[in-house]
Write a protein that binds this ligand. Sequence first.
Ligand code: ATP
Length: 454
Amino acid sequence: MTAKTMEELGALCKRRGFIFQSNEIYGGLQGLYDYGPLGIELKNNLKKAWWSAMVYERDDVEGLDASILTSPQVLKQSGHESTFSDPLIDCKDCQSRWRSDEVSQNACPSCHSKNLTDPRPFNLMFKTNIGPVEDGGSFAYLRPETAQQIFINFKNVLDSTPHHLPFGIAQIGKAFRNEITPRNFIFRVREFEQMELEFFVEKGADEDWHKIWTDLRVGWWIDQGINKKNIEIINVSSDELAHYSKATIDIMYKFPHGLEELEGIANRTDFDLGSHTKEQQDLKINAQVLDNKNSNSKLAIQNKDTKEWQVPYVIEPSAGVDRGVLAILNEAFKKETLSNGKERTVLSFKPHLAPIKAAVIPLKRNNEKLVEQAITLKTSLQKLKLGRVVIENSGNIGKSYRRHDEIGTPLCITIDFDTIDDHTATIRDRDTMEQQRLNLDEIPSYFSKYIGKT
Ligand code: ATP
């Protein structure tokens, strides 16, 4: 069973410290959210899992962390300045503003007036000034995707690493879009994070790699705990393809508000490198690119056998971190009725994603011997570096179990008076609620095995 409503999920996230409305004490800023103590752990764990699968577990991908502020020249060549906009319609009566695909039968969705403007393009990129003088010549954009910074670093990475085609560059980082109607909690926001891989391949091998990456990415989401039944793969139709794309596959997920994109996997052809390279006229670029007179870098690779220069094709799996967090929260959220008739809420995250891996609970609050034993165990588990372990010194076991079920802690370990005598403690499993007694010396290896399992 997944979450019933986005409201229910949002309320849990706020109550337990996962996600808060941003700038809330001054009334909030729309389309922006802050990750609280547990949200940051969940988000970091998801990013770590992605980095591990995309970089560490492969020999053909390198990482990058490039700047957010981006030269207008980059986003001109990429086509964002001319195409990265949504058509907008204003209601002249109630002053509300809508994306044209939200307006049906020429009526304002809010007040139903037909007194509307024609659709006008609205650029989604945020601008800011660089340097002390606010003149038009010194502005930069906040990047609307992480991808472009990867393309313009292509030669830097290639020259500093031993790669040949195929190889990839991965990046996780913030992207900014001035969405006209941010909505559905963290699904559509104005400041978000992306996990993007640009995978460079020979022309001709692109379609095979597109399929390989689609399968790998779907498998990865399933490994994070997403139920296969809640995923749909769609081929984006040719009239909806982005200007750079030869083919795009969207991984759609059944969010609480409906089936929507979680990740897109695009075949970007040689558009991006072709657009940013110098000496365009000497290279056989297949995509339609803007002339480039300013780049000082040749973004091409010489074929070792034919000696011919070629501009690689690119396959891009591009996932939203925030949409991933939302999907994982939605999958993990369960309300169960127990045999005693009571209800419990539980977030059954995969252990590697859980914000807190284990809670150590002294049976009696502030009892010196119990607390001391609990701290010793907590310290030994924390030293294993598998994630956060906490002491729960509330003195109320039932309440502690409920709280840790609700925040998705896989294991609770209770230190009681017998522990002092016989050196054993009770371990409770979040999902089965089963309890077992283990010797304190056995607990670190039990914990490692449990948290390490996928
Ligand atoms: P949509 O059609 O939903 O606006 P998109 O096709 O514009 O998404 P891409 O440009 O392909 O999205 O971006 C790649 C990924 O970045 C998306 O699959 C999504 O997970 C994430 N993403 C894009 N826009 C937003 C946003 N406004 N808020 C949160 N995540 C986003």
